[in-house]
Design a protein around this ligand. Structure first.
Ligand code: ATP
Ligand code: MG
Length: 248
């Protein structure tokens, strides 16, 4: 923690030249849900690409389909029509084990609702994604602690996640998303439960991940317009469609 009680934020590193490789491409995506006897269209012909180096915010009102879009991008929600490409490979044509490998090792996700394993401590929850990819217990513990430290939450290691405040849980959720060192981070309303100071601190961490040495791709969903200036790509959604895109 810093003296002001905020996060340890390393100085922003100089920007590297942006490359324009497509990381994820959504091609004419349609998705509907059956609610009772009705079928509700949630994503309506979405064409969208995410490029390396980007900090993208997907912005739109509650219910417009942002979380569904993110889950479809992640391989968690199969679209009715259209394709999702991951570095050129069709995500839903991959075998399930390859798709889950990608999710497990290449992406980090902070979900809108935190999904803790309630019987485990904070440290154990953050360690959990590593159990599938690493067997050395000391390495797992050191890495999980390093990530908790990075978000200023190492002091909660032995607590239960549900004992923490909403904002503290969001930071721990970010540590858990980062523990496998993914190249792409997805965050669904990560600042949803936070007051504006904590919200800004979390944004600083995300910006640092994007601009730092590793240049991680960050895709963040929000309905809070105050965060739009932090992104270098803004994708506006309304009623299941992308209505506008901005860069810079
Ligand atoms: N699994 C599901 N089954 C049925 N309907 C669903 C399901 N998931 C989402 N929906 C519906 O799809 C619509 C879009 O939901 P979604 O969660 O994607 O919106 P959102 O933009 O993320 O909203 P918020 O900002 O409130 O999180 C809503 O009307 C929701 O009720
Ligand atoms: Mg949502």
């Amino acid at each position: 923690m810093t003296e002001e009680g905020g996060f340890r934020i390393d100085g922003l590193l100089p920007k590297k030249k942006r490359s324009h490789n497509v990381v994820i491409k959504m091609d004419k995506i349609w998705k509907s849900f059956k609610i009772g006897s009705r079928r509700v269209k949630v994503l309506k012909n979405i064409d969208l690409s995410i490029y390396s180096g980007e900090f993208a915010i997907i912005f739109g009102p509650s219910g417009c389909g942002k979380s569904t879009l993110l889950h479809t991008m992640l391989g968690l929600e199969r679209p009715d029509k259209g394709r999702v490409f991951l570095r050129g490979k069709s995500l839903y044509r991959m075998r399930e084990d390859k798709r889950s490998y990608w999710r497990r090792e290449k992406v980090g996700m902070v979900f809108q609702q935190s999904n803790w394993i309630k019987a485990l401590t904070v440290l154990e929850n953050v360690s959990y994604p590593l159990l599938l990819v690493e067997s050395d217990k000391k390495k797992i513990r050191d890495r999980a602690l390093e990530m908790l430290k990075w978000v200023g939450m190492d002091w909660t290691a032995d607590k239960k996640p549900t004992e923490l405040s909403g904002g503290e849980q969001q930071r721990v959720a970010l540590a858990r998303a980062l523990v496998t060192d993914p190249s792409v981070i997805f965050c669904d309303e990560p600042t949803g439960n936070l007051d504006s100071k904590n919200g800004k601190n979390l944004m600083k961490i995300l910006i640092n991940l994007n601009r730092g040495e590793e240049r991680k791709v960050v895709v963040m969903v929000t309905h809070d317009g105050a965060f739009l200036p932090f992104a270098n790509r803004r994708i506006y959604m309304q009623d299941g469609k992308v209505t506008k895109e901005e860069r810079g």
